[in-house]
Design a protein around this ligand. Structure first.
Ligand code: HAM
Length: 431
């Protein structure tokens, strides 16, 4: 029987010449930059399980959202609990915050996570059934400065990865009472056009009319273009907050535009929402998005404190980097590859190999006694920086040629001395 991976998911391999974005060294590099940025902005890592009780997402993300109503992976465990593979990271972090009483550790707490999320949607380029998110959640701070910091984390990450042409879109969707009033007015505007809307939007008209605003269907776009803007409904206080967000974004040089149709696909947001897009990714152009969700903790039975955050798709970030030809560090290469000739050299080389590794120098050797030519091919295949051939002569003299595979030059080194180690270490620092 031939096994195949299920649709919509993918393997991350050490090397994938067709799909560069699935190479593990690029993932490691991007994740290391993510960790660095998170640290610089003061976010600490949180890891929650990949499955939770399904109810958590129904109540927080919203029963009528696509993510929950259509796309959630649900299953019952042997204890008859209804569980869900997590479709997003915010609700689990809030659950953990409440469950562990983390409020006792301070009023303002900032978390980040990196991990897989699961959504049963129609797979296409940039949209997967398992995708990986880098997300942050900042709890306890309602100031516009915090909103801007959240946007700045994502923007700084994408810039540090070398991306340009970023399109930051922001909007203010007010609080629940604003949205209720807006929804009424939106529905009376849409009512005469109802039959012209896409099937999905006709359904949303009853369940979640706001979502019609960010439909990607051409017939919907034509109609919502002239809908009343939500910004006409926000309160004086919302307005002031939003102005401050815009001023601060300008002050730190993050270019943005206000998109009055941006409402986001999850129910928990209020006030500031944002999304960062890029060209070249086709329909799935959102690299990340988020906003403020002040009522969520309280709604979940926790303290009445505000919060904001974002989630970003690592697949899309890597695909955009490749599309924009951003520089990506080379995969780590072994510093030395040892080729022994004969039994005695083999035992000696094995010890040398481990001495080098004990000293933090990445080393490999040919264990199988291949001919030198064949072993050289192996050294090339693993992209070794240097090769050391050790035979009877070398054992006797204690000297060997350390061949630099890039420069094509050789250095005579004393196998017992630290000369070789020093050369290799110097090369490590040059990397
Ligand atoms: P979201 O907009 O649903 O927000 O997802 C965040 C990001 O994850 C998207 O902008 C996109 O880059 C990526 N993404 C989502 N679905 C897929 C998919 N099927 N395939 C590939 N990438 C995908 C949230 O999940 C919120 N929890 C974000 C948040 C955190 N808001 C506040 N805090």
């Amino acid at each position: 029987m031939k096994y195949q991976i299920p649709p919509g998911v993918f393997d991350i391999l050490p090397e994938d010449s067709k799909e560069l974005w699935r190479c593990s060294h690029i993932w490691n590099y991007v994740e290391s930059v993510i960790r660095q940025i998170a640290l610089e902005f003061g976010y600490r890592e949180i890891r929650t399980p990949v499955f939770e009780k399904a109810d958590l997402f129904l109540r927080s993300v919203g029963e009528t959202t696509d993510i929950v109503s259509k796309e959630m992976y649900l299953f019952q465990d042997k204890g008859e609990r209804l569980l869900a593979l997590r479709p997003e990271g915010t609700a689990p972090v809030m659950r953990a915050f409440i469950e562990h009483g983390l409020l006792n550790q301070g009023q303002n707490q900032k978390f980040f996570y990196i991990g897989p999320m699961f959504r049963y949607n129609r797979p296409q380029a940039g949209r997967y059934r398992q995708h990986h998110q880098f997300g942050i959640e900042a709890i306890g701070n309602r100031s516009p400065g915090q909103d801007v910091e959240v946007i700045a984390v994502l923007y700084s990450l994408l810039q540090r990865l070398g991306m340009n042409g970023l399109d930051v879109q922001i909007n203010c969707i007010g609080d629940k009472s604003v949205r209720d009033k807006f929804e009424e007015s939106l529905k009376s505007y849409l009512q005469p056009h109802l039959t012209e809307l896409s099937q999905d939007s006709q359904k949303r008209f009853e369940t979640n009319p706001l979502r019609i605003l960010d439909s990607k269907e051409p017939q919907d776009i034509k109609i919502v273009k002239n809908a009343p803007p939500i910004l006409d409904f926000i309160t004086e206080e919302n307005q002031q907050h939003f102005e401050k967000v815009k001023d601060l974004l300008t002050a730190i040089g993050i270019p943005f535009s206000v998109n009055p149709l941006l409402v986001r696909g999850l129910d928990y947001y209020n006030e500031m929402v944002f999304e960062v897009m890029t060209s070249g990714l086709g329909a799935q152009s959102s690299l990340g998005g988020g906003g403020r969700y002040d009522g969520l903790l309280k709604m979940m039975g926790g303290p009445d404190i505000p919060a904001s955050g974002f989630g970003s798709g690592i697949e899309r970030i890597i695909q955009a980097m490749i599309h924009q030809k951003c520089s990506i560090p080379e995969e780590h290469r072994p510093m030395v590859f040892i080729i022994p000739i004969g039994e005695a050299a083999s035992s000696y080389s094995f010890k040398l190999l481990h001495q080098l590794r004990d000293n933090g120098i990445s080393a490999q050797m040919d264990y199988t006694g291949r001919k030198v030519g064949k072993a050289m091919q192996l050294a090339n295949q693993v992209k070794a920086r240097h090769v050391l051939v050790i035979g009877d002569n070398e054992l006797e003299s204690g000297m060997a040629d350390l061949k630099d595979m890039d420069a094509g030059t050789s250095d005579k080194v004393n196998l017992e001395s630290l000369v070789m180690k020093r050369i290799l270490e110097e090369d490590t620092t040059k990397e």
